[in-house]
Design a binder for this molecule. Sequence first.
Ligand SMILES: [Zn+2]
Ligand SMILES: [Zn+2]
Length: 266
Amino acid sequence: MSLPADLHMHTPLCRHAAGEPVDYARCAVEAGLTEIGFSDHSPMPRDDFDDWRMLDRQLDEYVAKVRLAQREFPQLTIRLALEVDYLPGHESWIRALAARHPWDYFIGSVHYVSESWDIDNPAKLSEWKKRDAFAVWQAYFDRLTLAAASGLFEIIGHADLPKKFGIRPQQDCTPLYEKFLAAAAQAGCAMELNTAGLRKDCKEIYPSRPLLQLAFQKNVPVTFGSDAHAPGEVGMNFADAVALARSVGYTESCRFRQRRREFVSF
Ligand SMILES: [Zn+2]
Ligand SMILES: [Zn+2]
């Protein structure tokens, strides 16, 4: 039984990750992985939108770095992808991005619940104190549902990201999960098990077991991602993620080539 592909990792172009793609690839081989995918933070229509992504003019450089890793590690399958921020109104920008290179897949992620608040940004933690936690989760899952339904993404990233800092609403979030998962199932969009949550205050894989259980019931497929921002994080805690996925019933995960999906047992 081999480890599932690690489909979520970054490069220094996003300005908050360390190590070149070749370094991530070397670590992947050492960790016993047979397939990885780079999914760095995509450019925005405006380069000054924020300071934690590659600039638009760096997109070709990004692709070249991934191609270099592919050439240096022929024994490892290395996919070319992006983690794309979903904001309502950005659909045509995302379609244009998709046309610029032969991507293997897009991870659609919601970090922004408004034009200016990226809820996982530690520098903006004080924003959480100004708002009702449930209202934030509602706004977040409304966008995540739109992202899943958009057909722009093969995978939805870190589905319950609002738990990152351990701030959780008192209310039952099941209806929010149901709406999002119905959209994902309808669109044939996968959800990732992202082990980065284990390295954050929430100390839990994204998504939580209840959300993953519902996903299995609704036939939403899964992928695995370390969300590595350093080479040493590649494949991190994959045994835990595989155990969690198995415990709710999953036996296979997806991988992608040229935006076509394939299922692999794990
Ligand atoms: Zn990042
Ligand atoms: Zn992300």
